[in-house]
Design a protein around this ligand. Sequence first.
Ligand code: GRG
Length: 302
Amino acid sequence: MGALTPEALARYLEERRLQVDEALGRYLPVAGDHPKEIHEAVRYSVFAGGKRLRPILVLAAAEAAEGLAEDALPAAAAVEMIHTYSLIHDDLPAMDDDDFRRGRPTCHKVYGEALAILAGDALLTQAFILLSGEPPAMAAAPVARLRVINEIAQAAGSKGMVGGQVVDILQEDREVDLATLLYLHTHKTGSLIRACLRVGGIVASAGREQMEALTRYGDRIGLAFQIVDDILDLEGSLEALGKRAGSDLRKKKATFPSLLGLEESRQRARSLVGEAKHALSVFGERGAELGAIADFVVTRRR
Ligand code: GRG
C-alpha cells in the first residue's frame, strides 16, 4: 500500500472537512428557524471548528470499499451531529463541567444549561431525521439505510457511547483497573469511531472480508485515539487543544498514562495503529487514506 505524504494527507483532510461542513450546513435547520435560540445553539457548537475526524472516516471507509464519498455524506453528517451532542452534554456541570471546547466557551456557558441540554437532544434527533427522512438523503437501498441507522443507534446507545460515559462518571474518585478503563474507552469513544468505518462500508455495499477489515481497523484506531487523548490531556495546552488540559488529573480520573505510564501508553497507541494499518491490506491502494489517518491519530497535537 503506497503511503500518503503528510502534505497529501493535510490536503485530503482539508478537502473532506470542507465537504462535511457544507453538508452539515445543508442538513441542519438554519439559525433563524423558529425557535431560533435552539438552532443558534446547535450551530454554535457544530461550527466551532472540530477536526471532523469521524465523518471523514465514514467517507474514507466508503471509498476504500469502492463506494462514492458523496453517497456516504448524509451518514457522515449524522455521525458528526451525534458526536457534537455528546460533547455538549459531556461539558455540562452535571458531567465534566468544562468551560472551553473547540477553542470557544462551551454551549452551556453561552446559552445556559437548559438550552445546551436541548441542543444536544436536538442534534441526536436530527441525525436520525436525516437518515430516515423521505425523500431519502442517502442514495442507499432501504435495507442498507436501516442497517446504517441501526449501526449508529447501537453505537450511540447505552451499550455503546452512553454506556462508556456512565462508567466514566461512576469511576470518579474510585480505584479503576485496566479492564474497566478499557471498557470505558472502547465504549465512550471507540463505539462511534468503529461505527463510522462500518457505516462507510455498508453504504459502499462492502463484502464480508472488507467489513471485517474495516471493523478491525475501527476498533484499533478508536482505542488508539482515546489513549492519545489521555496523553494530550496530560501534555497539551488550552491553546493547542481548544479545551482546558489537565482535566483528568483535576478530576482524579484514571487514564492510560496514570495506570501504565506515558511511555507504555505511547507504545500501546503505536502498536494499535500498526494493527489497524495491517488490517487495510485487503483494500490495496484504496486503503492509503485510511492508513494515513491511522498515523494522524497518534501524531495529532489536538
Ligand atoms: C454525554 C452521552 C454522552 C457521551 C459523552 C465522547 C464523549 C461521550 C465525551 C467526550 C469527552 C472526551 C473529551 C472524550 C475524549 C475523546 C473525545 C471524544 C475527544 C473529542 O473528540 P475530537 O478530538 O473532537 O474528535 P473535535 O472537536 O475535533 O470533534
